[in-house]
Ligand binder design. Structure first.
Ligand SMILES: Nc1ncnc2c1ncn2[C@@H]1O[C@H](COP(=O)(O)OP(=O)(O)OP(=O)(O)O)[C@@H](O)[C@H]1O
Ligand SMILES: [Mg+2]
Length: 336
C-alpha cells in the first residue's frame, strides 16, 4: 500500500431524510490516478452520496471526509470542495446551447478584466483552448454548442469540469453523465477519462450500466439500498457475472432475513450459478448447501437460488433434487 493519501476518502457516512435513512455507514475511497466506479440500482443512494460530497446536502453527524489527506469540515460548502479540486458533471451536462464552446467551458469561472470587471474574451478563449488541448479535444472554441453531437457535448461538459483542475490533481465526478451514449461514442469518453487519469487526476464514474463500469473502471464501489454491497473492489478481479451476483446477493439478502439460523451451524447466503442442467450426484464428502427458497433476480434477469448454507459432508452418491421447488429445502452443490 502506498503511503500517499487517497484523493478522496469518506467514512461513516449516514444520511436521513425525515425518518427515512437513505445512506447507512457508507464509505468511499478514490485513489489518485484511478477511474473509480460507483454502481447501484435506482434509488440506492448514489446521487445523495455525491450531493453530500459536494455540499448540496449535509450528512448526519459523525462522518469523516478527507481530500488529499486534508480533513473537510462537514457539512462542506461547494466553494471549499471546488477549491480542493473536486468537480461534477451531472446527467443533463448543464450546457447552454445558444453559447459557444469557449463560453460553456468558462461558465462559472469567466476571467474578467481587472479594470472594468468585464469578461475578458481573449483570456476566456485562451483558457478554453488550453483546457481543450490538455484533454485532446479537437473542437473550435467559437462553435455554437447547439451544433455539437452527443459525445462532443459530453466532452465540453467534462472540459468545463476539468478547467480549474491542477495538472495531475483533482477528482472529476460524472453522475450518469454518459447515459445518452453508447458504442463508439461511449468508448470515446472512456478514452478521455483514461487520458485524464493517466497523469494522476482521478475520476468517479456513476452508472447503472454495469458493463460500462466493468469496461472502464479500476475499482468499484457498489451501493445497495444505501448500504455498501462492495467497497473498492478491484474491477480486474471481478467478472461481470460476479459483480451481478454480488448485487443480486444484496438484493436477496433482505428477503431472506427471516430465514432462521440453526444454532451451532455456520450459515451464509450464497448464490448458486448457474442452476445445474442435470441432476448432479454427490461425490464423497462434497459440501452442499440447502436451499430454503429461490427467487427471480432483477439484477441478473434470471432465476437464482440462494442457499442458506449448512456445511455438511453428505453421503456419497446421493442424487440431488435440482428443481427450484417452493418450501421444502433442496440441496445443490455450491458453485464457489
Ligand atoms: N431530498 C430528498 N428527500 C427525501 N428523500 C430523498 C431525497 N433525495 C433522495 N431521496 C431518496 O433517497 C433514495 C436515494 O436516492 P438517490 O437519488 O440518491 O439514488 P440514486 O442511486 O442516485 O438513484 P438513480 O439511479 O435513480 O439516480 C431514494 O429512495 C430517494 O427517494
Ligand atoms: Mg442518481
Amino acid at each position: 500500500m502506498s503511503a500517499d493519501p487517497a484523493r478522496l476518502e469518506v467514512r461513516a457516512l449516514n444520511k436521513t431524510f425525515g425518518s427515512v435513512q437513505v445512506l447507512t455507514d457508507v464509505e468511499l475511497t478514490v485513489a489518485a490516478g484511478e477511474v473509480h466506479g460507483l454502481a447501484g440500482q435506482n434509488g440506492s443512494g448514489k446521487s445523495t452520496l455525491i450531493k453530500i460530497l459536494t455540499g448540496l446536502y449535509p450528512p448526519d453527524p459523525g462522518a469523516d471526509y478527507h481530500v488529499d489527506g486534508r480533513a473537510m469540515r462537514l457539512p462542506v460548502r461547494w466553494p471549499e470542495v471546488h477549491a480542493a479540486g473536486i468537480s461534477v458533471v451531472h446527467q443533463d451536462l448543464g450546457l447552454l446551447d445558444q453559447l459557444t464552446v469557449a463560453e460553456n467551458i468558462c461558465i462559472g469561472g469567466f476571467p474578467t478584466s481587472r479594470v472594468l470587471g468585464r469578461i475578458d474574451r481573449n483570456r476566456r478563449d485562451r483558457l478554453a483552448t488550453r483546457t481543450l488541448e490538455r484533454l485532446g479535444v479537437e473542437l473550435d472554441p467559437a462553435t455554437l454548442v447547439a451544433s455539437l453531437n452527443a459525445p462532443e457535448r459530453a466532452e465540453i461538459a467534462i472540459a468545463r469540469a476539468m478547467r480549474d483542475h491542477a495538472p495531475g490533481g483533482g477528482l472529476i465526478i460524472l453522475d450518469e453523465s454518459t447515459r445518452a451514449l453508447s458504442g463508439d461514442d461511449l468508448t470515446r469518453i472512456h478514452t478521455m477519462l483514461r487520458r485524464i487519469t493517466a497523469d494522476g487526476s482521478a475520476a468517479l464514474l456513476i452508472s447503472h450500466n454495469l458493463a460500462e463500469l466493468m469496461a472502464v473502471t479500476d475499482r468499484l464501489t457498489i451501493l445497495r439500498d444505501g448500504r455498501l454491497a462492495g467497497a473498492g473492489l478491484r474491477t480486474a478481479d471481478l467478472s461481470e457475472e460476479e459483480a451481478k451476483a454480488k448485487k443480486a446477493q444484496e438484493e436477496l439478502r433482505n428477503a431472506y432475513k427471516e430465514t432462521p439460523r440453526e444454532p451451532g451451524r455456520r450459515s451464509e447466503l450464497m448464490p448458486i450459478l448457474p442452476p445445474p442442467a442435470s441432476t448432479p450426484v454427490l461425490a464423497d464428502g462434497q459440501e452442499v448447501g440447502f436451499i430454503t427458497r429461490s427467487a427471480f433476480s432483477p439484477a441478473m434477469n434470471a432465476p437464482i437460488a440462494f442457499a442458506y448454507l449448512r456445511r455438511e459432508k453428505s453421503a456419497p452418491g446421493t442424487a440431488l433434487e435440482t428443481s427450484f421447488g417452493s418450501g421444502a429445502p433442496i440441496a445443490l452443490p455450491i458453485a464457489r
